[in-house]
Design a protein around this ligand. Structure first.
Ligand SMILES: NC(=O)C1=CN([C@@H]2O[C@H](COP(=O)(O)OP(=O)(O)OC[C@H]3O[C@@H](n4cnc5c(N)ncnc54)[C@H](O)[C@@H]3O)[C@@H](O)[C@H]2O)C=CC1
Ligand SMILES: O=C([O-])CC(=O)C(=O)O
Length: 311
C-alpha cells in the first residue's frame, strides 16, 4: 500500500516517520516544493530502518507528482503553521490556495486515493478539498479529532494520575481553540465515568486545557506541534489501509447528522478501507447540542471566506 504525504515539514515528516516505523504502508512518498527537502527527510527516515526494524520504502521528491502515482492514501500537510499568539483561522489566506492546488495535482496521478486533510484551518480546508475536487464525501477526511481526543486523554490522565491508555474520551466539533467540544460527560477511566474521580472544577480545567492544547504547544515551541499530529495521522491511515473500522473523531461532510448540513466538522466516524464508512449520530445533551451548533456556526463563518477561491 502506498501513502503520499504532501508537505515534508514538521508534521509531514512526523507522519512519514510514524507510518514507516509502525509498518503501516509498504511505500511512503514525501513531496515538498523546497528543493531537496523531502529527499533529505526521506533519506533520514530511511536510515532509521536497520535500527528500528521497518521495511517501508520511503522516498522524497521536489514537486514531482508523477512519483506519487497510484497512492492509496494522500495526506495533505502543506501550508504554513501558526506562530504564538495566532489562531489557526488566520492561516486561511495562504493555506487555501496551497491546499486547492495540491488536491488537484494529487488527484491527477492518484484518482482513487483517499485524502486526509491536515493543513489548518483544518475543517475549512477539508470543506474546500471536498468542494474543489467533487470527490465523494467518504474519501475526504479531516484529521483533528484524533489529535484533540489524544490531548483530552492526556489531560485527563494527568488529572487522574493514571495512564492515558486507561482513559477513553473524545473531542468533537471544530478543530479550533474555541470550537472544540471535549465530551466530558462520556469520558471514562476503564469504563468508570471520570466524574467518579474528578470534581466539576477539575473536569472544567481539563476541558479548557484540551481546547487550547495546540496553542499551548505553539507557545512553548514557537511553531505548532508535530509528534502527536504525526502519530494521529498514522493511527487514522492505519485504520484505512488495514480496514480496522476504528471509531475516530474526524472532520466530515454532514448531511443532516447533528442537525447540520453542508459543513465539514468533527464527529465520531467509522474508518475503514473506504475512508469514512459510517457517521455515528450520537445523542448529545442539551448543553452539548448548543455547543455543537455554536461550533458549526463558527466553522461555517470561516467557510464563507472560501467564496472567491471556489468561484
Ligand atoms: N489538523 C491538525 O491536527 C494539525 C494541523 N497542522 C497544520 O499542518 C500544517 C503544516 O504544519 P507544519 O508541518 O508544522 O509546517 P512546516 O512549515 O514545518 O511544513 C509545511 C511544509 O509545507 C511545504 N509546502 C508549502 N507549500 C507547498 C506546496 N504548494 N506543495 C508542497 N509543499 C508545500 C513547505 O515547504 C513546508 O516544508 C499547518 O497548516 C499546521 O497548522 C499542524 C498540526 C496539527
Ligand atoms: O495548534 C496548531 O496550530 C496546530 C494544530 O492544529 C494542533 O496542534 O492542534
Amino acid at each position: 500500500m502506498k501513502v503520499t504525504i504532501v508537505g515534508a515539514g514538521n508534521v509531514g515528516a512526523s507522519c512519514a516517520d510514524s507510518i514507516s516505523y509502525r509498518g503501516i504502508a509498504s511505500e511512503v512518498v514525501l513531496l515538498d516544493i523546497r528543493e531537496g527537502f523531502a529527499e533529505g527527510k526521506a533519506m533520514d527516515i530511511s536510515q532509521c530502518a536497520t535500527n528500528t526494524g521497518f521495511n517501508t520504502k520511503v522516498s522524497g521528491v521536489t514537486s514531482d507528482y508523477s512519483k506519487t502515482a497510484n497512492s492509496d492514501v494522500v495526506v495533505i500537510t502543506s501550508g504554513i503553521p501558526r506562530k504564538p499568539g495566532m489562531t489557526r483561522e488566520e492561516l486561511i489566506g495562504i493555506n487555501a490556495g496551497i491546499v486547492k492546488t495540491v488536491a488537484d495535482n494529487v488527484l491527477t496521478h492518484s484518482p482513487n486515493a483517499i485524502i486526509v486533510v491536515v493543513s489548518n484551518p483544518m475543517d475549512t480546508m477539508t470543506y474546500l478539498t471536498l468542494k474543489a475536487t467533487g470527490l465523494p464525501k467518504n474519501r475526504i477526511i479531516g484529521m483533528g479529532g484524533a489529535l484533540d481526543s489524544s490531548r483530552f486523554r492526556y489531560y485527563l490522565s494527568k488529572a487522574l494520575d493514571k495512564p492515558s491508555n486507561d482513559v477513553s474520551a473524545m473531542v468533537i466539533g471544530g478543530h479550533g481553540d474555541t470550537t472544540m467540544i471535549p465530551l466530558t460527560r462520556l469520558a471514562s477511566y476503564n469504563g468508570i465515568p471520570v466524574s467518579e474521580f474528578l470534581s466539576g472544577e477539575e473536569l472544567a480545567k481539563v476541558a479548557a486545557d484540551t481546547m487550547v492544547g495546540g496553542a499551548t504547544l505553539t507557545g512553548l515551541l514557537g511553531t505548532s506541534a508535530w509528534y502527536a499530529p504525526g502519530a494521529s495521522v498514522a493511527y487514522l491511515v492505519d485504520s484505512i489501509l488495514n480496514d480496522q473500522k476504528k471509531m475516530i473523531a474526524c472532520s466530515v461532510m454532514l448531511e443532516g447528522e447533528y442537525g447540520q448540513s453542508d459543513i465539514c466538522i468533527g464527529v465520531p466516524c467509522i474508518i475503514g478501507k473506504n475512508g469514512i464508512e459510517e457517521i455515528l449520530d450520537i445523542k448529545l445533551s442539551d448543553a452539548e447540542k448548543a455547543a455543537f451548533a455554536k461550533s458549526a456556526d463558527a466553522v461555517r463563518n470561516m467557510n464563507a471566506d472560501l467564496k472567491s477561491i471556489l468561484a
